[in-house]
Design a protein around this ligand. Structure first.
Ligand code: KG4
Ligand code: ZN
Length: 348
């Protein structure tokens, strides 16, 4: 008998409610994926304001849940288990989702699973491309995360190979967009501007690629500073800033480092599959370069469609389904949100 899993996401600025069906053969089918975003409320601040995000989750949680059930043509009483993002993320934002999930689980008398947001970004790929081979590698790139992970078991065993030591990749996009007077979030407008620019116009630095640097860690703050210096230099000389060239050269530096390190990890570990997920996975140059380099290295590349890459509830429902299918223990109703939940803890 198949089971319905509801997933709730509220770690950052997206309130997501997803519904999936876990079939007896272990496959997971997407039934609904409703998201309410507070991104527009943060735009004028150039980044997510935690208190504003928490308030928006509070207002959106019930309407988003209603929409998901309408979309799937299901009733609350059809739900067999509830998964919720327990961390990492913004404390106040996480708390809204965790509280809602506990209330639904208690009211419906179904098990609750507090799960890891980062693992959800990987699990979501199974909704589009089917079961993931184990082991596989995952590169998570978003406004909040930049991590290279080794996945031995999606439901229980994920190891961090490296992560950013300063800014996340998406954060670098957002900061550089601000320098170039492009709107927030900065990824899409930079991607668009870069299409008309020359990626070799400016040789921006490739962070953490020195012989003594950690092989699989990343750094983007030096790159951001280099772009700022370059733009200031042009302005000081009274020259117009060639936005397409700066955008293309910056984007090239980010895509180069991300793909080089991910492919190196695949080569050194002998792992044949790489999943790239998170908002920055939507970047056209990142996916093109990853495709090129993975093909050359004989690595299978999986990139979920953009809608699944950004934060959503379906990714949490998908992970919940894997955790349920693996027979992992359910969470206690007194779990709390953990803003610093390590990726090695898939469910709490
Ligand atoms: O996963 P996401 O929606 O939210 C979290 O941060 O968790 O990712 C948002 C980030 C933003 O920093 C945004 O600028 C970036 O993803 N992004 C992109 C593109 N689309 C979104 N970065 C580069 N190129 C894009 N096309
Ligand atoms: Zn995320």
């Amino acid at each position: 008998m198949s089971r319905i899993i509801m997933g709730i996401e509220s770690s950052c600025d997206e309130t997501g409610v997803g519904l999936v069906r876990l079939h007896d053969d272990g496959t997971v089918e997407l039934l609904a994926d409703e998201v309410a975003s507070s991104v527009e409320q943060h735009a004028r601040f150039g980044g997510v304001v935690p208190e504003v995000a928490s308030r928006a989750h509070l207002e959106a949680m019930v309407p988003t849940t209603r929409r998901a059930f309408e979309k799937a043509a299901l009733k609350l009483s059809d739900v067999d288990a509830i998964a919720v993002t327990a961390g990492p993320g913004l404390a106040g934002a996480l708390l809204v989702g965790v509280s809602a999930a506990k209330a639904y689980a208690a009211a419906l008398g179904v098990p609750l699973y507090g799960v890891n947001h980062l693992a959800g970004h990987i699990a979501v790929d199974t909704l589009q491309h089917g079961p993931l081979p184990a082991p596989c590698l995952a590169l998570l790139v978003s406004g909040g995360h930049t991590q290279l992970l080794r996945v031995d078991d999606l439901a229980s065993s994920i190891t961090e190979l490296g992560s950013t030591v300063d800014d996340a990749a998406g954060e670098a996009y957002d900061k550089v967009a601000r320098l170039l007077e492009l709107p927030y979030p900065g990824g899409p407008p930079i991607d668009k501007a870069a299409a008309d620019g020359d990626p070799a116009a400016i040789a921006f630095p490739r962070g953490m690629t020195g012989p003594r640097d950690a092989k699989f860690d990343f750094s983007f703050s030096g790159l951001k500073t280099a772009v700022a210096r370059w733009v200031e230099g042009a302005q000081r000389r009274g020259e117009p800033v060639p936005v397409p060239d700066v955008a293309a050269s910056f984007q090239e530096a980010v895509a180069d480092v991300l793909t080089a390190k991910a492919v190196r990890a695949a080569r050194e570990s002998g792992i044949g599959t790489l999943v790239i997920s998170g908002g920055v996975a939507a970047n056209s140059r990142l996916s093109a370069l990853a495709r090129e380099r993975c093909a050359a290295a004989g690595v299978e590349l999986r990139v979920p469609r953009p809608r699944l890459c950004t934060d959503n509830g379906a990714m949490i429902a998908a992970l919940g389904a894997h955790v349920v299918a693996a027979g992992r223990p359910e969470s206690s109703l007194d779990i709390s949100a953990n803003p610093a939940l390590p990726v090695s803890t898939v469910s709490v």
